[in-house]
Design a protein around this ligand. Sequence first.
Ligand code: AMO
Length: 439
Amino acid sequence: MVLRTKWTCELTEALDGKAVNVAGWVHSKRNLGGIRFLLLRDKTGIIQVTAIKKKLEPELFATIASLSKESVVSVSGQVKKNNQAPHGVEIIPETVTVLNPADTPLPLDVTGKVHAELDTRLDNRVVDLRRQNVTRVFIIKDALLAEFRRKCDDEGFVEVHTPKIVAAGAEGGSTLFPIAYFDREAYLAQSPQLYKQMLMGSGLDRILEIAPAWRAEKSDTIRHLSEFISIDMEMAFIESEEDVMGMLERVLAHALEHVRTSCSLQLEEMGVELPEVSIPFPRVTYSEAVELINASSETEVEWGEDLSTEAEKVLGKIMAEKGHDLYFITEYPSRIKPFYIMVNDERPEVCRAFDLEFSGMEITSGGQREHRHDVLINRMKEQGLDTSDFTFYLDAFRFGMPPHGGLGLGIERVVQIILDVKNIRETVLFPRDRSRLVP
Ligand code: AMO
C-alpha cells in the first residue's frame, strides 16, 4: 500500500469524495463516545480523521480508539467537506495502518500546550522537534545559510573544506579541545583561520567555508556553544579591511532580506518581525564605542580592554536608539586582537580588526591580515607564541602571499537574534556544551 498520496496541506474542498492516503503522527485524539476524532500531523500540517462507530468495521474503530498519541500511522479514506473541521475538510477512514505505536507517557507535550523546560526539550530533542515552532527555527536557518552561500557564489567565492583535525589553534589555547591522534596530540579546529589564510597564497582568491568549529568554552552562557557552525570568508588582493566589511554587509543584508520575504509565513507563525536591513551598516571605532559606553554610566570600559558582554549590550541599546541594529566596531586596540590581524602601520596602538554587532551581540570578527612574513613572526613572538608550532602556516607566507582579509561569522548567533530566541542552544539540533554530549 502507498503510505502517502497527499500531504495534509493539499487536502481541500476540491478533493471532496476523493480517495487519499495520508501518513504521519497522531497529534491528538478526542473521544465523543460513538465518534473518535484523530488529528493526524505531517510535515505540512494537520488533518482531522473522523471515525463514526456505527459506520465502521468494529476492528477499525477499535484500532483508532486504541492509538496512543505520537504513534505513526497511514490512513486511507475519503475526503469529506466539513465546515466544522479545521481547514474545512476531514477524512473518513477506510483503513488505518499502525506503522509504529508510540510508548506512553510521552516525555513532552508535542502540541505545545504544556510548557517544557529547555533541558527536558533538549534531552528529548527528536520529540521536541515535532513542535512546529521548533522546526521552523531550522527551516529559517537553512534558508539563511542557503542564500548566504548562493550570494557568495555570485561574488566569486569558492567553497572549500579545510581540516578539522589540526596541530595548532589560532584563537587561544584555553578553548582548544585536545584529541588523541594516533600517538600524537591534536586538536579539534577552533576556526579555519590558519588554513583560509594559507589558501590566499593559492590563487583561489576568494574562499568560503561553512563548517563546524569547536571551542572548549569554560563558562555556561546563553550565547556560547562548544560546537557551532562558522561561516568563514577570506579575500585576497584587498586594499583594506573596508573591502571585507563591504562584502559582508552586502552578502548578509541580502541573505536576511531573502529570509524576511521567503520565510514570511514561518516568521509570522512564530510571531517574529524582521526589520528591513539597509546598507551600509554604520562604522563605530572602538574609541568612539568606549566613549559612548562610558557616557551612558551604565557600565565602564577602560581603553585597551575588550568590551564585556555588558558593555556590548549598552552599546547595542545606544545604537538601537539611533535606529541601527547592525553596526561595525573598527580600529580595535592591537593588543587585544590575535596575531594574524594587521597592525595599523601609522597608528600601531590600533589594528585593522573589526567586529560586526547585531543588537548588542558580536556575530562576526574579521579584519585585514598581516601578510608580511617578518612582521607576522614578530607579532606572534610579541603574543608569546612559539613560532615553531606554526611552521606549516608561516611557510605559506614565504613564497608569495598577497594582501588579504576575511571574517568568521557564527550562524547560530544570527538565528538567535533574528528569531529572538533566548538561548543559543535552541538554534542547534543537538547542542554541545559543558554538560551536554548526548543526544
Ligand atoms: P571569533 O573567535 O570572534 O573569530 O569567532 C567568530 C564568530 O564565531 C562565533 N562564535 C561562537 N558562536 C557560538 N559559540 C561559540 N563558542 C562561539 N565562538 C565564536 C561568533 C563570533 O563572532 N578566526 C576568527 C575570525 C576571523 O578573523 O576570520 C574567529 O574565529 O559569532
